[in-house]
Design a protein around this ligand. Structure first.
Ligand code: SF4
Ligand code: SF4
Length: 176
């Protein structure tokens, strides 16, 4: 599961942007972006491809210049009170794998419960079109199949994991 296989920009809750007047053109954000979606234009300023920027804000984290990477909420993002829960569900549904490079080897650092992807999608207004006015079963199943395929190739058996775990709660309802 990587940006070549899906438009990771759909995951974004926060949108970063570069304030050129404050940018030192140090390239750190370019090097650190996990999606490889920052490129450098001819003068060396970073440009973000929002089709793939997933809003992790690592670019802001590594930037040595205060204010050079600004952020704002996506207009169709998540209700503010749900943002912590959305992060948990992104991980526990397996949509957002947690990985770390240890001595050159990339490893998963968390075994997700592999809750149904719907639990992550349905509370969020930006995915409202998948549920209203009619549930888009084919699209939701396709997303679930992609997530399952990813974890299978990583050595997990999604069905077995799901049988062992159950959701800690029900997804919040989509705001009317
Ligand atoms: S928020 Fe920044 S680091 Fe994260 S994907 Fe977007 S551009 Fe890359
Ligand atoms: S890390 Fe900050 S200062 Fe460096 S290129 Fe990126 S935005 Fe500019």
């Amino acid at each position: 599961m990587n940006m070549a296989e899906r438009h990771t920009g759909n995951w974004r809750i926060f949108r970063p942007w570069i304030e050129r007047a404050l940018c030192a053109r140090c390239n750190l954000c370019f090097l650190a972006c996990p999606e490889g979606c920052i490129r450098l234009e001819e003068k060396g300023y970073p440009l973000i491809d929002y089709l793939y920027c997933k809003g992790c804000l690592i670019c802001e984290e590594v930037c040595p210049r205060v204010g050079a990477v600004l952020k704002g909420r996506e207009e169709n993002g998540l209700e503010p009170e749900l943002s912590f829960e959305a992060g948990r569900l992104a991980v526990e549904t397996g949509i957002w794998p947690l990985k770390e490079a240890i001595r050159g080897k990339v490893e998963h650092t968390h075994r997700p419960k592999l809750l149904p992807v719907e639990e992550y999608l349905s509370p969020q207004r930006r995915f409202r079109h998948l549920f209203l006015p009619a549930r888009q079963n084919d699209v939701i199943e396709e997303i679930q199949a992609e997530v399952d395929a990813y974890w299978k190739q990583a050595g997990f058996d999604p069905q077995a994991v799901r049988e062992k775990t159950s959701s800690n709660g029900h997804p919040s309802r989509i705001p009317a």
